[in-house]
Design a protein around this ligand. Structure first.
Ligand SMILES: [Fe+2]
Length: 405
């Protein structure tokens, strides 16, 4: 499998809900604008210059209110970023969210003698002004289709299609026809020799959040979709919506191999929409490195957070961003298996004739341990060493030394 890297944006909310004049119509200063803030766009490009990307995902809520000018503006700025980072224009992939339905138009469905076709028009604005290029097997629902490339296949579903001004569908929804299409498209186009990626806006299950709230975000057909993913060749699901980054790998009974679910954070929304600013705006790079012996995709998500004074910088894991700066994914182990792995590593580092030694560096640890957060890893090894009667100094990702007492 060829190693691939994608740039991942979600929840730009171009327009009135954006927190940067880089993402507002006519560069109007946004609410609570901080004067002399570092440019989100230029600093992002500067941060990533020299890196190579195979594509760019925009995971929905491209706009604030689904206005044509917002789609045009967002498409322009996203393509400018892609162009400056030398990302092929055809590999800029948009999915649409609940904010990408034009509410002015959807209201006409109530007013104009209950003409429900206005809902279709309202949900088609994005596909007119912010279009996916070289998109094949497209479904009647705008924005739903497949990107087929030499090394990867990206399936795009539109979970915001049924969203309207009156929030009749407060959750994301695919609808039976789109779900059936997705099942058929995955069956037809997924390939064991390529990376198979599903992108959509809403999440397929409820997540715990920093503040417990009633969930109104999960996809109506979440359980069916997760079942479909588990039994298919899909390697990873990328979605947005909750402005709160998450990443985990799961393997359920009946699934062909472990699957990774990645919820990207928001790129540019105002503080009110980020737990009153507690959660920073973020973007991510996603690298698919190899397949593990289970068949799962192994790779990493690198996350950057924005500060108005310093621009974009790699995150530090916290309650609100539960990801290491470079978070590996794809390999699973129970806590007993991890203790056993750690014990074997310490034992092999300290054979009978050796009294002190360095433990292997992070990238040489077994895949299962590379996927553990640094904070958990730096608890695991001291606990194991304590049981073994071995002294340990240092912390991952830096050097870790063990010596016999
Ligand atoms: Fe959303």
């Amino acid at each position: 499998m060829k190693e691939l890297t994608f740039l991942v944006f979600s929840d730009i909310h171009y327009g009135k809900d954006a927190d940067s004049s880089d993402f507002t119509v006519d560069a109007v200063p946004p609410k609570g604008h901080i004067k002399n803030a570092v440019s989100k766009k230029q600093n992002l490009v500067g941060t990533l210059t020299g890196k190579q990307f195979n594509g760019l995902f925009v995971l929905g809520d491209i706009t604030s209110v689904g206005a044509p000018a917002e789609f045009v503006g967002c498409s322009k700025v996203v393509h400018e970023i892609a162009n400056q980072l030398k990302i092929n224009r055809n590999n800029v992939m948009f999915s649409y969210g609940n904010h990408d339905v034009n509410w002015h138009i959807s209201k006409l469905a109530d007013l104009e003698e209950k003409d429900s076709l206005y809902l279709n028009v309202a949900a088609s604005t994005g596909a007119i002004f912010c279009k996916n290029q070289d998109f094949c097997d497209a479904h009647d629902i705008p924005g739903t289709g497949v990107f087929i490339r030499e090394d990867f296949v990206v399936f795009v579903a539109n979970s915001g299609y049924y969203s309207t001004h009156n929030q009749e569908y407060s959750h994301g929804k695919l609808g039976p026809e789109q779900l059936a299409w997705l099942r058929g498209a995955i069956d037809k186009h997924s390939s064991a020799s390529k990376w198979n990626i599903l992108v959509l806006h809403h999440h397929p299950f409820n997540y715990p959040y920093p503040t417990a709230v009633e969930d109104i975000s999960c996809l109506t057909e979440g359980a069916e979709l997760v079942d479909l993913i588990g039994q298919s060749k899909i390697d990873i699901v990328c979605h947005g919506h909750r402005h709160h980054a998450k990443l985990h790998t799961a393997w359920q009974t009946g699934w062909v191999y472990p699957k990774t679910f990645f919820c990207a954070g928001s790129l540019a929304v105002t503080a009110e929409q980020r737990d009153n600013g507690e959660i920073p705006n973020t973007f991510h790079t996603l690298t698919l490195e190899k397949r593990t012996k289970t068949g799962a995709a192994f790779g990493n998500v690198t996350t950057y957070q924005y500060g108005s004074g310093d621009g974009w910088a790699q995150v530090r894991k916290s309650r609100v961003i539960p990801l290491d700066p470079v978070q590996k994914f794809g390999s699973l182990a129970t806590s007993i298996e991890m203790q056993s792995l750690a014990q074997k590593i310490v034992q092999s580092a300290l054979p009978a004739a050796v009294t002190r030694a360095l433990l292997p560096s992070l990238d040489l640890l077994p895949e299962e341990l590379q996927c553990v957060s640094l904070s958990d890893l730096n608890k695991l090894f001291p606990e194991v060493c304590k049981k073994m009667g071995v002294m340990l100094t240092g912390k991952y990702p830096d050097e870790v030394l063990v010596h016999k007492i």
